[in-house]
Each structure stands twice: as C-alpha cells, then as structure tokens.
Design a binder for this molecule. Structure first.
Ligand code: PGA
Length: 234
C-alpha cells in the first residue's frame, strides 16, 4: 500500500527496481499505487508476476461521483486487487462499514479481489473492546456476501495504533485478534497483518499460526525493504 506516495514516473522507477528482486515467489505479491499511477504501473509490471492493486473503488458503475473510480476503470488498467476500508479512509474520509461493504461487493462482482481492512483504535484496545470492534467490522463488511464470494475476500487486520507509527502489535496480539476474526470469516479466507511490518519483524509475525500475509505501507516504498519482507523466510 503506497498510500499517497509516488508520481507516475516514480512508480515506474520503483517497479523497475522491484522486478528483478521479486521473481518466482511462492507467495502472491501485489503493489497498490495511487489511482493516477496505475497506468504507469501496468506498463512497468509487464513481464512480472507482481500483481496490481488499487487503493479504493466506488460501488456504482459510473456517474456523478467526483473523485471516485469504478471497477471498469480499474479492470482496464489490469487491476486485480483493491484495498477497501483502510483505516485512513475510515478516519479521514468518512468511510463507514456500510460503504466498505458496498465497495467490497462491487469489487467481487467485477472479479477484483477486495482487501478489506479492519482494526481498533488504541482507546478501544485499552478499554478491552478490540474483539467486539473487529468482529463487528468484519461482519458488516461481509454482509450479504455468499460463502463462495466471502472466500475470495482478503482481510487485513491493522490495529490503527500500529499504522505508520513504528509501533507494531506484538505477534501474539496480532495472532489472537486474527483468530477472533477468523471465527467470523469464511474458513478459507486469507487474513493479513498490517501496521509497521518491516524486514526486522516480518519473520516473527509470519511465523504465527493465524497470519497468512502482510499489508505493508511505509516499508513498501523501498524496493529492498519490500523484497526483504517478501523473502522473510530466506
Ligand atoms: P505501515 O502501513 O506499514 O506504514 O504501518 C500499513 C497500512 O496502513 O496498510
């Protein structure tokens, strides 16, 4: 998740650096540049196994929704994944559980894999309501989806207090909360951890039984760091 970083030319450069570092991987690797960089990313990714993702999508097919992008726009740019309900969207741009659900369902209908983010604030963790909060977020995000559709969803557990702060949840905290989320989700669903994941802590986090992958923000902006996370087990 590159967030609001990189111009189209910088996108091409970063992907050019990543391509030789990431090849023949056993895992799925996705980059999510800003919407205006997706075309440059598509071109730069040619011949690579790295997949392309977007950071948001609207649920309507087209129309008067200034600033939004549709599934058809993303599809034409080769987008296969889309982040939905990132905490920054929820915190700063009024994203609600209901709009998260609409966006995720629109993505699935267009055969784009939604990466749905959930997570609690520091206050919620300290008051002991983490499990309740994330369970409700997951239930609302998956509302109305068939079991088969829900299995195509990727969930990302991102404690808000760990995002961009350098403060990582302990691997036990992440694992325990993801176990709770898994109880609410389809069995086969992939569940990632996100929040200050970096080369130094990726191995420990990925060793946890419930953690299937990572959603990387800051460390994804440096080719060597991102590749080191992908290669956490080497
Ligand atoms: P971070 O961001 O790795 O910079 O904490 C993760 C995210 O917000 O997806």
């Amino acid at each position: 998740n590159w967030k609001m970083n990189m111009t189209p030319s910088e996108t091409a450069k970063l992907i050019g650096e990543l391509k030789p570092l990431i090849a023949n991987e056993a895992c799925d690797v996705v980059v999510c540049p800003p919407a205006c960089c997706l075309a440059a990313a598509k071109d730069a990714l040619c011949g690579s196994e790295i997949r392309l993702g977007a950071q948001n999508v609207h649920w309507e097919k087209s129309g008067a929704y200034t600033g939004e992008v549709s599934t058809a726009m993303l599809k034409e740019l080769g987008v296969e994944y889309v982040i939905v309900g990132h905490s920054e969207r929820r915190q700063y741009f009024g994203e609600t559980d209901e709009t998260v659900n609409k966006r995720a369902r629109a993505a699935l209908a267009a055969d784009i894999t939604p990466i749905i983010c959930v997570g609690e604030t520091l206050e919620q963790r300290e008051s002991g309501s983490t499990n309740e909060i994330v369970s409700a977020q997951v239930n609302k995000a998956l509302c109305g989806m068939s079991e088969a559709d829900a299995e195509r969803v990727v969930l990302a557990y991102e404690p808000i207090w760990a995002i961009g702060t350098g403060r990582t949840a302990t691997s036990e905290q992440a694992n325990d909360t993801i176990a709770v989320i898994r109880g609410e989700a389809a069995d086969k669903m992939r569940i990632q951890y996100g929040g200050s994941m970096k080369p130094q802590n990726a191995k420990e986090l990925m060793a946890m039984s419930e953690i299937d992958g990572g959603l990387i923000g800051g460390a994804s902006l440096k080719a060597n760091d991102f590749a080191a996370i992908v290669h956490y087990d080497k």
